[in-house]
Design a protein. Structure first.
Length: 115
């Protein structure tokens, strides 16, 4: 499975950004997709996750601000990020979990929120 992420960039606090990730390869083996992030000096953490059936899970810190969605026909997952805060600044990584629980990662994309 290959994951190609796009989006990200620099935005002022209170603004919005959208991240997209397109999966290719053995996509029929994908069980779920999601986004993680890693800020400088911190561990990588889950931001949001969505299963094939559409069940979602969010980090408490982003609930009500971020929305994850998935287009199974296009094999893409999108993260709409609203009301961004400086604490959201991090490198964001697209993730896919396949049958057998192996994880695949896309290249990170930088999100910077200025105060």
């Amino acid at each position: 499975v290959q994951l190609q992420a796009s989006g990200g960039g620099l935005v002022q606090a209170g603004g919005s950004l959208r991240l997209s990730c397109a999966a290719s390869g053995s996509i029929s083996n994908i069980n779920s997709m999601g986004w993680y992030r890693q800020a400088p000096g911190k561990q990588r953490e889950l931001v949001a996750h969505i299963t094939n059936g559409g069940r979602t899970n969010y980090a408490d810190s982003v609930k009500a601000r971020f929305t994850i969605s998935r287009d199974n026909a296009k094999n893409t997952v999108t993260l709409q990020m609203n009301s961004l805060e400086p604490e959201d600044t991090a490198v964001y990584y697209c993730n896919a979990v396949v049958v057998g629980w192996a994880n695949y990662w896309g290249k990170g994309t930088q999100v910077t929120v200025s105060s």
